[in-house]
Design a protein around this ligand. Structure first.
Ligand code: SAH
Length: 221
């Protein structure tokens, strides 16, 4: 049985403290806050770490990767929804599956790609046991997006390239939004890039300094 409510350090009260912290740090979108409250982050971690699931920190998920900090997940999701609802969204970097799980409750369809096979397999099992049927995932290099399902109303990258990959821009629908950390390991900024109508022009805004794992090319089995 899936433990949705959680006990002790994963209890409702512990979760509520996290939501309060997100509010204090500027997350205002009530829909995003509600989904963050309802999403069992402890189920996206190995059992040994699940008691820390509602701390506002990134945590290891193996293979030198991390589940993103809740504040960052909330911020990226809020940004993605900040210019009207999105139907079809691509995530680059499935990792634990947590960000995709949050998105799946706010948009119609989530496509997500991961380059490390064992991480993808675990995430897929989580989506299945949580009955999140609008998440479609695959094992591939997301630096080239997922062209078969393009265009997307929104794209979120949870790994940081040195520069914005053109393929991601080309896979945006008219007025589509790309939320992406860009830069080298110690000097990254979160950007929100919007396609202007159906043109090939893009507006860009820097949101804040961030620290993500790097976007790597190729896949590992
Ligand atoms: N969204 C994840 C965050 C995981 S960290 C979560 O909520 O848990 C970022 C992930 O991006 C890592 O799992 C890493 O393996 C993956 N990644 C890095 N480069 C990638 C690429 N080119 N294609 C797909 N995934 C990539």
């Amino acid at each position: 049985m899936v433990d949705l409510d959680g006990v002790g350090m994963t209890s409702r009260r512990t979760r509520e403290r996290l939501i309060q912290r997100l509010k204090d740090n500027g997350i205002k979108d009530q829909q995003v806050l509600n989904v963050m409250r309802a999403t069992p982050r402890h189920l996206f971690l190995d059992e040994a770490l699940s008691h820390r699931a509602y701390e506002d920190t990134a945590l290891p998920i193996g293979f030198a990767q991390t589940i993103s900090q809740p504040y960052i997940v909330a911020l990226m999701t809020q940004l993605l929804l900040s210019r009207g609802p999105r139907k079809k969204v691509l995530e680059v970097g499935t990792g634990s599956g947590y960000q995709a799980a949050v998105l799946s409750q706010l948009v119609d369809q989530v496509y997500t790609v991961e380059r490390i096979k064992p991480l993808l397999d675990k995430a897929r099992a989580r989506f299945r046991s949580l009955e999140m049927r609008n998440i479609i995932c695959t094992h591939s290099d997301g630096g080239i997006g997922w062209p078969e399902h393009a265009p997307y109303d929104g794209i979120i990258s949870t790994a940081a390239p040195e520069g914005v990959p053109d393929d991601l821009l080309y896979q945006l629908a008219p007025d589509g939004l790309l939320v992406i950390p860009v830069g080298s390991e110690n000097n990254q900024e979160l950007r929100i890039i919007s396609r202007v109508g159906d043109s090939q022009n893009y507006d860009e805004e820097v949101v804040e300094k961030v620290r993500f794992v790097p976007l790597l090319s190729g896949v590992t089995r």
